[in-house]
Design a protein around this ligand. Structure first.
Ligand SMILES: [Zn+2]
Length: 483
């Protein structure tokens, strides 16, 4: 059976369009990962959750998804925080070690958070610092094409050299300050300038040797280098929060397409911001939360997950504790319904009169409505409305005449199908664990195929931590069991 067609809002065209993967049935997906120098806040997590929703929708629709999410482990704030308190005379190796110590710690916290939120692990989770040679090669290629120039040990991208620079953010080319350069990784769209690809090392910073002298990569180049290396010269979907449209994604396009000479990504998908109790989240307002903060207040991660997923990803979400309560009630209703369908129907025959429905036809109608909504730019409010209408109708029917085991089975199959996307009403805990373990096994296989032994070992250790024992089978596949 061929996969269902899924449409997404493409920031490039500003239209909702069907996603047609280059290789039929296989979606390549790149998502910009975390900068690991502190805990992810719930606004960051909203972006990762919407990307998980998108990915799970493709998986449930019958596609394979090759997903790459980078870990930004070298960057201004990381250097600032990791070098604090270091002996001023520390050598480069010590500076790198301090940086790695900080980023290892927060990478682990990040992966713990995403596991708690049942986010399916990406196929590849490359760290930027493991791809420095690829970044240097990319900058050199841009230099050879006249799209980059060195200055005082740094290298800048010449935006005037790329006729379609500004295509994603829809910048006014006349307003651009061509020839003026900017060293900061983040800046406003009205100051589009020649941006930095490679930064000359300043005293006291960890560095790598390069053709331009000691330095380190700018933030934007890593996603181009790792995306091309791991997913290829044409990628189906690239995604991030709306704050990444400019300059980060605009600059990724400039780097990748300037080097490749053709379009790199077909569909750009961006998720909206999150407000907390009507205000922008900030530490000074006291409305700044991490997942740990919520859990300390007794919030179940799946309730937070459902709160995010039940709102449309392209609408600003006003997160509130009142809203969490509503999610809790909605989830209770779905889970109670699931329990009822798993039962034997002995409670039936007590309901008030209501027009009879054919359970099999109702399940089919709900499935159609659910998928029509999900396929239309991940319209989760409508998809969930289809599910709740089904629950109301089937509960009423089961009150009158108990559903047959076959009908119960059909309802439960639909609940499994929808939970494959929402991951909030599993059949049993083993299912959620299974999906995570399978994803890790796939990551280990990919790492081994790429001869990336440190990554393969890291995944093996992680499975060990989870108490999973792997069994290499004769046919080359890998089985697993709980210790
Ligand atoms: Zn990126």
């Amino acid at each position: 059976m061929s996969p269902r067609s899924i449409s997404l809002h493409n920031t490039l065209s500003r239209k909702v369009e069907p996603v047609e993967p280059l290789e039929p049935g296989v979606v390549t997906l790149y998502t910009c990962g975390p900068t690991v120098y502190n805990f992810a806040h719930i606004g960051n997590l909203r972006t990762f959750l919407f990307q998980d929703l998108m990915k799970r929708t493709f998986l449930a629709a019958g596609y394979q998804v090759r997903h790459c999410m980078n870990i930004t482990d070298v960057e201004d704030k990381i250097i600032r925080d990791s070098q604090k308190g270091l002996d001023p005379a520390a050598d480069n190796a010590a500076r790198h070690a301090a940086m790695k110590e900080l980023t290892d710690r927060y990478t682990k916290f990040f992966l713990d958070d995403t596991a708690a939120l049942r986010i399916v692990e990406p196929t590849y989770i490359p760290r930027a610092t493991a791809y420095i040679p690829q970044m240097i090669a990319l900058v050199k290629a841009l230099e050879e094409r006249g799209l980059a120039y060195p200055r005082e040990g740094s290298v800048y991208y010449r935006i005037a050299g790329l006729p379609h620079y500004g295509c994603l953010a829809r910048l006014d080319r006349d307003g651009m300050k061509a020839g003026v350069s900017v060293d900061a990784d983040e800046y406003e769209r009205d100051s589009a300038q020649d941006f930095v690809l490679w930064k000359a090392a300043r005293p006291g910073e960890p560095y790598w040797e390069s053709p331009w002298g000691p330095g380190r990569p700018g933030w934007h180049i890593e996603c181009s280098a790792m995306g091309i290396e791991l997913l290829g010269e044409r990628v189906d979907i690239h995604s991030g929060g709306v704050d990444l449209v400019f300059p980060h994604h605009e600059n990724e396009i400039a780097q990748s397409e300037g080097c490749l000479g053709h379009q790199w990504v077909s569909t750009w998908v961006h998720g909206e911001f999150l407000l907390v109790e009507g205000e922008k989240m900030s530490k000074s307002l006291g409305n700044f939360f991490t997942l740990r903060d919520l859990m300390a207040k007794g919030v179940d991660p799946s309730t937070f997950r459902f709160t995010i997923q039940s709102n449309h990803y392209r609408k600003v979400l006003n997160f509130s504790f009142e809203g969490l309560k509503a999610s809790e009630n909605a989830l209770r209703r779905i889970r109670q319904f699931r329990k009822r369908m798993e039962g034997d129907g002995s409670a039936a025959g007590e309901g008030a009169w209501k027009a009879s429905v054919d359970p099999m036809a109702r399940v089919e109608a709900a499935r159609e409505a659910f998928w029509a909504a999900m396929a239309d730019d991940l319209n989760t409010p409508e998809a969930l409305a289809a599910l709740f209408t089904l629950i109301t109708d089937i509960n009423a029917q089961d009150d009158r005449v108990a559903l047959t085991p076959g009908e119960r089975g059909a309802v439960l199959a639909f609940l499994d199908e929808t939970d494959a996307i929402f991951a909030c009403w599993p059949h049993e805990e083993e299912d959620a664990l299974g999906a995570e373990v399978e994803a890790l096994i796939e990551r280990r296989r990919a790492a081994k195929a790429a001869k990336n032994w440190p990554e393969a070992d890291a995944v093996r250790d992680r499975l060990k931590e989870m108490g999973i024992i792997l069994e290499d089978r004769k046919d080359g596949t890998v089985g697993w069991r709980k210790a």
